[in-house]
Design a protein around this ligand. Structure first.
Ligand code: TXA
Ligand code: MG
Length: 345
């Protein structure tokens, strides 16, 4: 069986580690796939200029071919090598937030193969901040870029460590660069510039108000995204563990837990506030307290969901996050993670 290469790379890359990054770049140039860390989640990368390599990503992820991939670049100046008719506001956002957790949806040019964008006329560009991602992009040089979705199977939880990538995709990929746990833990904020209207297609750690402050103009949060645009992260069901997951308010969560426990179902109640397991609750109910700070909560969320998913609970009940802009990305991911289980019952 094929062996997946593995390399642990610290953020202050030594020359030995840089060699591993160069091996990864060689694998990519030869049409292979490499998982690499970014500050948001791990990506599964292929050479954007090689359609056969890009096809491997869809196959490995079991992702429908009409769901576009984000193209990762190593410098702001590379933006116009891949995109055209770039609006002034996109340059402003890039200059302010890049390298960082922001993806800009821009008109693509002829250098982007059709299968990267699912045939769409636009391309999502992102300049990631993680030093290992930067080193890899630098090793590839200015005329290449990394087409890379999150390194998980379609519809599942994004990986925030190299171990998650290996558990999920294992030997289907050629190499994993291990850069430790991801700093942000939630996928990038996606902004589109369609018809001169700025829209956030996917909320992330860069908030709507932070974007408005840079542009000094209003930005819309796309609630009812046109489903003809295949933004997989915007499908109602996504980022999901296999254990049914439901969201309830602080008041509703305990009565629901009790109802399930009475049917001998094992329930994990995941809270962020200081609500406590009531005295009446029984042995089938366990509680896990998440941090009340959205930045720390966001960083831990996916790793915890994976851990809970393996713990053989029948249900995960999550306390709805506060209705505050700083929790928006978390609320968005939790709603999508709970979609199937809420609708099946
Ligand atoms: O933080 C991130 O964005 C991570 C890291 C690896 O960079 N990547 C990531 O990729 O989350 P992925 O493929 O799992 O999610 C990217 C989202 C998808 O929902 C995709 O449909 C959307 O971006 N997208 C990509 N290109 C697009 C385009 N041209 N128009 C609309 N949506 C696009
Ligand atoms: Mg994804």
């Amino acid at each position: 069986m094929k062996q997946t290469k593995y390399a642990f790379i610290q953020s202050d890359l030594s020359s030995v580690q840089l060699n591993q990054v160069i091996i990864a770049a060689q694998i990519l140039c030869a049409g292979g796939t490499v998982a690499f860390p970014t500050e948001t989640v791990y990506g599964l990368g292929a050479d954007v200029t090689n359609p056969a390599a890009v096809d491997k990503i869809y196959k490995i992820k079991q992702r429908p071919a009409d769901h576009p991939l984000i193209v990762h670049i190593g410098n702001i100046s590379h933006m116009h090598y891949w995109a055209q008719a770039i609006p002034e506001s996109a340059w402003k956002l890039a200059n302010h937030f890049w390298p960082g957790p922001l993806t800009l949806i821009l008109p693509r040019n002829h250098r982007i193969p059709d299968n990267v964008t699912g045939g769409q006329a636009t391309v999502g560009l992102r300049f990631p901040a993680h030093p290992v991602a930067s080193a890899l992009l630098n090793a590839l040089g200015p005329k290449k870029a990394l087409a890379a979705p999150s390194a998980n199977r379609f519809g599942r939880i994004s990986p925030t460590s190299a171990a998650h990538v290996y558990q999920e995709l294992g030997s289907t990929i050629d190499m994993i660069l291990d850069g430790g746990s991801c700093e942000v833990g939630l996928e990038s904020t996606i902004v589109s510039f369609h018809d001169k209207t700025l829209q956030i297609l996917r909320p992330g750690s860069i908030t709507l108000s932070a974007i408005e402050a840079v542009l000094n103009s209003p930005v819309i949060l796309a609630h009812n995204i046109d489903q003809s645009i295949r933004t997989s992260g915007s499908l109602p069901a996504h980022y999901a563990p296999t254990t049914p997951l439901r969201l309830y308010s602080s008041i509703q969560i305990w009565p629901h837990a009790l109802t399930l426990a009475k049917k001998d179902l094992r329930v994990l109640v995941i809270t962020w506030s200081n609500t406590h397991k009531p005295k009446f609750s029984d042995q089938f109910i366990e509680q896990f307290s998440m941090p009340a700070d959205p930045i720390i909560y966001g960083k831990q969320l996916y790793a915890k969901l994976r851990q809970f998913d393996q713990a053989e609970f029948d249900y995960l009940l999550i306390e709805s996050p506060p209705d505050h802009p700083s929790w928006l990305a978390i609320a968005d991911r939790l709603q999508r993670a709970s979609y199937h289980s809420s609708n099946n019952n």
